[in-house]
Design a protein around this ligand. Structure first.
Ligand code: UDP
Ligand code: MG
Length: 317
């Protein structure tokens, strides 16, 4: 039977955890009673270097009789993506699959039943996708959706409207741990893993206690990581603009020379015009070429896995 772990990153969640932990525990007990998951299934809380009483609360949850909780404490605040990865890597050898979800339970936990169904149908990755953003402010809705579209435009393979609410099988988790990069953008990496996957839609609720821990700087960092960790297209665009500028330079050169020979120019104007356009274009193009190499270096130093084996036949020991 499926041993399912929940992995919940918690940063300064002392107001939320006492509410959400029992709900999550009840959910796990229900799933166990129904025979959907094994009795070894657990809920792993990751304290992302909280500065409030979060760790105290987590310890109490873990020490309670018949506790379903286990925990990981990070020594300092490393951000949601890193905390999540720490939790997933800590449990990947203990479970058949893990569900990642936020401590505020904004993501409907009853969707987990459908995650499990998809897992049983053979999916390694099940994405939770929100089909309703009414719980977001107008500004957040517009920027978030614009961002997803922008990433797509830059060629980053992401699942539209999917945050980090998902189920991953053990082998998908192992594949994920092969990515050694520091600037994590899980939403970009996970579709890259391949494996059979499915999408389950749900509506997101509002946070019931505490405030959003995704401050604007944290959100901006994540947004930049999403672009710069997955796309060299900004560099290509630079090179392209360089080429376009050189084309304009040719047109400008012809125009300038015509003006020059028809005689209605100030002295020095022609040479200046031609140099500015040619040198500007050349500069941009050169930057693009250098950037192309930096992009290569960047992708080499990340040391991403070159391939991921899904199955082998006749090669087991
Ligand atoms: N979180 C974290 N480290 C951080 C910021 C957030 O572990 O530095 C956790 C947080 O405790 C929550 C999840 O990430 O479980 C999502 O954060 P939040 O609900 O505040 O973000 P929002 O839903 O507003 O995007
Ligand atoms: Mg939230």
């Amino acid at each position: 039977m499926l041993t399912l772990y929940a992995v919940v990153p918690c940063y300064n969640e002392q107001d939320m955890l006492p509410l959400s932990a029992p709900i999550l525990r009840d959910k796990w007990l229900t799933l166990m009673d129904r025979g959907a998951i094994s009795r070894d299934s657990r809920i792993t809380l990751v304290d992302d270097g909280s500065a409030d009483g979060t760790w105290q609360i987590i310890r109490e949850l873990c020490d309670a009789p018949d506790s379903l909780f286990s925990a990981v404490k990070l020594s300092h605040n490393r951000g949601h993506q890193n905390a999540l990865l720490a939790g997933l890597e800590s449990v990947m050898d203990r479970c058949d699959a893990a569900v990642s979800l936020d401590a505020d339970l904004q993501d409907d936990i009853d969707v987990i039943d459908r995650f499990i169904e998809e897992y049983e149908n053979g999916c390694d990755i099940v994405y939770g996708v929100r089909d309703d953003r009414s719980s977001d402010s107008f500004a957040k809705r517009v920027t978030a959706q614009g961002y997803y579209k922008f990433l797509k435009l830059l060629g980053v393979d992401i699942i539209y409207n999917h945050a980090d609410y998902r189920l991953m099988s053990r082998r998908a988790l192992h594949a994920l741990s092969g990515y050694r990069e520091t600037n994590l953008f899980l939403r970009g990496i996970i579709p890259e893993l391949g494996f059979p996957s499915a999408i389950v839609t749900y509506a997101r609720r509002e946070r019931e206690a505490g405030e959003s821990k995704y401050t604007l700087p944290k959100m901006l960092k994540l947004a930049f990581d999403g672009i710069t960790s997955f796309s060299v297209r900004p560099i290509r665009i630079l090179a392209l603009v360089g080429v376009l500028t050189l084309l304009v330079a040719v047109v400008m050169a012809v125009y300038t020379l015509v003006r020059h020979f028809t005689g209605n120019t100030v002295s020095g104007w022609s040479s200046l015009m031609i140099s500015i356009w040619f040198l500007g274009g050349l500069n941009l193009l050169a930057l693009g070429v250098v950037g192309e190499y930096i992009g290569k270096i960047y992708s080499e130093v990340k040391q991403r896995p070159r391939y991921i084996v899904e199955e082998t036949v006749g090669l087991d020991q």
